[in-house]
Design a protein around this ligand. Structure first.
Ligand SMILES: [Zn+2]
Length: 448
């Protein structure tokens, strides 16, 4: 007798592929996978629904956006509703340096956290993003970084486009600290996009190689989907073949989102992207839902620099080519503030399964699931996640492959997807028929 029996489902496993089976879950683990009838204290008959490993979002923004002290954030609900069971926050240099102190909070999903380079710089008084840290500041950052790593953070994140003054040796010195911990890693939002994307990727490869650290290039699409994607992927492939420990992620949209006051929007950005002010959509405040004019853009950037905006600047066909590449994982880069932001936070994973797999056939279902499960689990060294396999954690996403699709839009970014039927985290149901159950079985996953 299992705690839960899931019967008549089609397992979608990244290694074994698709097959009909029943699954018995007890004490938060997948105990049994069998064609025979399994009995549970509770049971669900799926009538052919797909049973996938819970999606692992290796790149999102969790509690750190509300730093320094609010850990629970609405975005964790959107994660669960789109089938994510484990997510990594603190990316793009934004990670709160003290987040490990909040590690016992109950969440709908499991959470790992990176400490942000930008946050470390602020903490040691290096607030000028166009300057290098002094030797003294770098020493202090190293102490704080070690504290965070010892406290269970997953590693370090860079947001070089947001801190353009940080020189490469500052990056390498910090990465060398992380490389002393074999289970920890570094993620990096590149220094430049579009016409300078390739030099930015070259820099990240040098940092990863010189520091000998496990390295994740963040949201490649918003770096290279301006004409540089094929060459960028060739460079990454070559470094990977040579033994540099590199992973890559991308989200399935041709628009990016960030704060309007960031260095991403420094003078020259529109010329570089070949667009005008009206490519920018305002997500919050009194201009919410409007495209920018030069006046609106300048006004918000000056007076409300923390406002989230979306920029429609990338080429969709290059986003698809990035996502299809064998080294590239799916991640949301979700970032939400007060229910506002880019729809990727509530739609990224169902969008790949509905649009890229079912409708446009850019990927098959097993390949897509692998990019959402086993690949990020491998990069994160989560040895018991990412597969439907006996002995693995019962993090499971059950969906209808005929109906699954994102519904979050730039107008309604928190609209939940269609087709996610059940989500289990550590064997506990967090989503049933597309709605949250209110259970909070997820926790901060401390990395040692
Ligand atoms: Zn980023």
């Amino acid at each position: 007798m299992f705690d839960l029996a899931i019967t008549n489902g089609v397992v979608v496993d990244p290694v074994d592929g698709e097959y009909v089976s029943n699954i018995g879950i007890s004490a938060g683990r997948i105990e049994k996978i069998s064609p025979d009838f399994l009995e549970g204290r509770a049971s669900i008959d799926l009538h052919g629904g797909k049973i996938a490993p819970g999606f692992i979002d290796i790149h999102m923004h969790g509690g750190e956006v509300n730093a320094p002290c609010i850990f629970y954030a609405e975005i964790f609900d959107y994660m669960a509703l789109m089938g994510v069971t484990t997510c990594v926050g603190g990316n793009c240099g934004l990670g709160n340096s003290e987040i490990f102190k909040f590690k016992n909070s109950g969440l709908p999903v499991n959470y790992l956290s990176l400490i942000g380079h930008g946050a470390l710089r602020e903490k040691v008084g290096c607030s000028d993003r166009y300057r290098a840290a002094s030797n003294d500041q770098l020493e202090k950052m190293i102490v704080l970084l070690e504290e965070s790593l010892e406290g269970g953070s997953l590693g370090l994140s860079f947001g070089l486009e947001y801190t353009p003054g940080a020189p490469i040796d500052e990056l390498i010195k910090l990465c060398r600290v992380v490389s002393r911990y074999p289970n920890k890693m570094v993620s990096a939002h590149y220094r430049f996009d579009a016409s300078r994307a390739l030099e930015a990727i070259a820099e990240l490869i040098i940092v990863a190689r010189d520091a000998g650290v496990r390295f994740q290039i963040s949201h490649l699409n918003s770096c290279t989907a301006f004409g540089q994607t094929d060459e960028g992927l060739r460079m990454i492939d070559a470094a990977h073949r040579e033994g540099v420990d590199l992973g890559v992620d991308a989200y399935p949209y041709a628009a990016f989102s960030t704060f309007i006051g960031s260095a991403v929007f420094d003078p020259g950005c529109f010329e570089k992207w070949g667009v005008s002010y009206d490519a920018v959509l305002v997500c919050e405040g009194r201009y919410r839902g409007q495209r920018c004019s030069e006046e609106i853009f300048n006004y918000i950037r000056k007076h409300e620099p923390e406002s989230l905006v979306v920029a429609f600047v990338m080429k969709e066909e290059e986003v698809v080519r990035a996502i299809r590449h064998p080294l590239v994982m799916i991640a949301s880069d979700g970032l939400m503030k007060n229910g506002q932001g880019h729809p990727r936070a509530a739609g990224a994973f169902p969008r790949v399964l509905g649009r890229y797999v079912r409708e446009e056939k850019h990927l098959n279902l097993v390949e897509a699931v692998k990019k959402m499960t086993l690949m990020p689990a491998g990069q994160l060294r989560l040895a018991t996640k990412g597969r439907i396999k006996e002995g693995y954690d019962a993090d499971i996403t059950i969906f209808n492959s005929d109906t699954i699709i994102d519904r979050a839009t730039f107008e309604n970014p928190t609209e939940p997807p269609v087709g996610i039927e059940y989500v289990f985290v550590n064997g506990i149901k967090v989503v049933e028929k597309g709605r949250l159950t209110g259970n909070l079985p997820g926790s901060f996953l401390s990395v040692q």
